[in-house]
Design a binder for this molecule. Structure first.
Ligand code: IYR
Length: 222
């Protein structure tokens, strides 16, 4: 290993206190408008926008800069149909057998069920994979670090970037998700993390009436 190389931090920006406060408020107002949407329109979305948002996700802080993620953008209707079929089979198992009553009770106010039409209707399914290790062409493996944290942060940035461009998202987690490796032909070092359903909301989209915890419930200043 050579010596670590460093560069001056060039493009960091600071703002006067009033502008900081204004920016903090504006960001909150922008992000609080984001809602998880389950009713999508099939209206097309330019792929260039998705590509740019994925570049934003790829800037996420992560363990040892291994960038242990891979994003598969599914737009092919046949592949979306296959994913819907496989996801609905797992979801039926979940809702009818696997989920304990306590979990079903916790979900009741969201009105979710095993039917997932959005997996075919939305223009894109962004399937996010985590890489617990790197697989080299000679068959060698290198371990990755803080993989769940890293991929979670990248996913958060992606959700934020897509919202920022006026796109709706749904974080969908069929469980188990192993079928995604098979359908999308992803290698054994990758595990599906979640499916980010992406597009415009349907004209008549409705969202559950929910509230967010207050500041004092989510934060402590000591
Ligand atoms: N994966 C299932 C169930 C589900 C679980 C949670 I936790 C949610 O917040 C919502 C749904 C589904 O997608 O329906």
């Amino acid at each position: 290993m050579g010596d670590p190389k460093f560069l001056p931090l060039k493009d960091f920006r600071t703002y006067p206190p009033e502008e900081m406060a204004q920016r903090a408020e504006q960001f909150y107002e922008e992000i609080r408008r984001r809602r998880t949407v389950r009713h999508f329109s099939s209206q097309p979305v330019p792929m260039a926008v998705i590509r740019q948002c994925l570049l934003a996700a790829g800037t996420a802080p992560n363990g040892a800069n291994r960038q242990p993620w891979h994003f598969v953008v599914v737009q092919d209707p046949a592949v979306k149909r296959e994913i819907r079929r496989a996801a609905e089979a797992e979801e039926r198992e979940f809702y009818e057998h696997r989920a304990p009553q306590e979990w079903l009770d916790a979900l009741a106010h969201l009105g979710t069920d095993a039917d997932k039409p959005f997996l075919e209707i939305a223009p894109y399914l962004i399937v996010i994979f985590s890489q617990s290790y790197e697989l080299h062409p000679d068959g060698g493996k290198t371990k990755n670090y803080y993989v769940q944290e890293s991929v979670g942060i990248a996913t958060g940035i992606l959700i934020n970037a897509l919202h920022h461009c006026g796109l709706a998202t749904l974080t969908h987690t069929p469980s188990p998700m192993g079928f995604l490796n098979r359908i999308l032909r992803r290698p054994q070092n990758e595990k599906p993390y979640l499916v980010l359903v992406t597009g415009f909301p349907a004209e008549d989209a409705r969202v559950p009436e929910i509230t967010k915890k207050s500041f004092t419930e989510i934060a402590t200043i000591i």
